[in-house]
Design a protein around this ligand. Structure first.
Ligand SMILES: [Cu+2]
Length: 341
């Protein structure tokens, strides 16, 4: 007998978390192996960094080591807006908010500020990121400035992405794994546990908030790239509809992102494989409401300690399930009556 769906989800999540831990450890080690680039210090004691001209944006040197008293200048190459923000400004767990160019006047080659500079007067390891394209902990557009004291001492290593990662998990209830969906519209029901859903907010990486990004049949293995691509459906509610889905097998990856649309690392995802078939009349709009006889597997998202992954009591889950089915039945009836009118 197969384990209940929520148990299998948990196992998948555990396996991913274990893999994520290993990946994060390797990433942390390689980041430190590459630290030590000294850049080019000009006569006036300034190190120049540029920001790549095309997405995915990043800094010309992610990890550099400089002497106390050196000024670092970041210069934009294109009109794309960026910020230079120390990790603690986005997540207090990462430490002090030492510098932040801010969102109100971003760094861009066509804006009023084409560069940002900061003089590092104290030894330490300063991790920073772009509020728009990165997140604290070395996620996406980010870097580290190691400022060495004359003795060579630098201080403790920065807080990693894994430590700062939101403690959220997500689950897709519909379509179910292996389901067949009739029509070219796919209704997706999903939920998050351990964080709150809200509309995207520019520049925010609060670990307690975020939204879903639904990627259908991703061709780009880089999730962060895929999120910026054409196959993504963004959702800040528990239901989303993907339209114009061609008949055939599909893979849906739901990705949880920070408010600024950047996925934490390792990513928080849930994957479902399903198949769509054309509606009998060849028409387009057969999927919502569900066609007669189609499986109506829908469970409304539990909230708070109800738990999405079986942490809560089974009875309340069944109640939710029953009320959800009733709600769907009522909706279906409503649609049918409306159709007759
Ligand atoms: Cu940026």
């Amino acid at each position: 007998m197969r384990a209940p769906e929520f148990l299998r989800s948990q196992r998948r999540l555990s396996a991913r978390l274990a893999l994520g831990l290993i990946m994060a450890a390797v990433a942390a080690l390689s980041a430190w192996a590459f630290a030590g680039d000294t850049g080019t210090v000009s006569a006036d004691g300034t190190v120049a960094l540029t920001i790549s001209s095309t997405a995915p944006y990043n800094f010309s040197m992610k990890n550099i080591t400089i002497d106390v008293g050196t000024t670092v200048r970041w210069t934009a190459q294109t009109g794309a807006p960026h910020t230079i923000t120390s990790d603690g400004c986005g997540d207090p767990r990462a430490g002090a908010c030492t510098f932040d160019s801010g969102l109100d006047q971003t760094i861009s080659s066509t804006g009023q500020r084409t560069f940002y500079e900061f003089k590092f007067a104290n030894p330490g390891v300063y991790s920073y990121y772009c509020r728009i394209h990165g997140a604290p902990g070395g996620v996406a557009q980010s870097g580290t400035i190691t400022v060495a004291a004359p003795s060579g001492a630098t201080g403790p290593a920065p807080v990693t992405a894994l430590v700062l990662r939101p403690s959220a998990s997500i689950v897709v209830y519909q379509p179910k794994e292996g389901a067949t969906v009739v029509g070219d519209k796919v209704t997706v029901n999903l939920a998050v546990n351990g964080a709150q859903l809200r509309a995207p907010v520019n520049g925010q990486t609060n670990p307690n908030y975020g939204h879903f990004n639904l990627i259908l049949d991703a061709t780009n293995p880089d999730l962060a790239d895929a999120i910026g691509g054409p196959t993504v459906t963004r959702a800040n509610t528990n239901t989303a509809t993907i339209e114009n889905v061609k008949p055939g097998p599909h893979t849906l990856i739901a990705v949880w992102t920070y408010d600024n649309n950047v996925p934490p690392q390792p990513p928080i995802t849930y994957t479902v494989k399903f198949t769509t078939v054309a509606a009998p009349d060849g028409g387009a709009a057969a999927a919502a409401p569900p066609a007669p006889g189609a499986p109506t597997s829908f469970r409304p998202p539990a909230t708070g300690d109800g738990g999405l992954l079986g942490r809560g009591g089974g009875n309340s889950t069944n109640l939710y399930l029953a009320s959800g089915m009733l709600l769907l039945a009522a909706l279906g009836l409503g649609y049918r009556m409306r159709d007759r009118a």
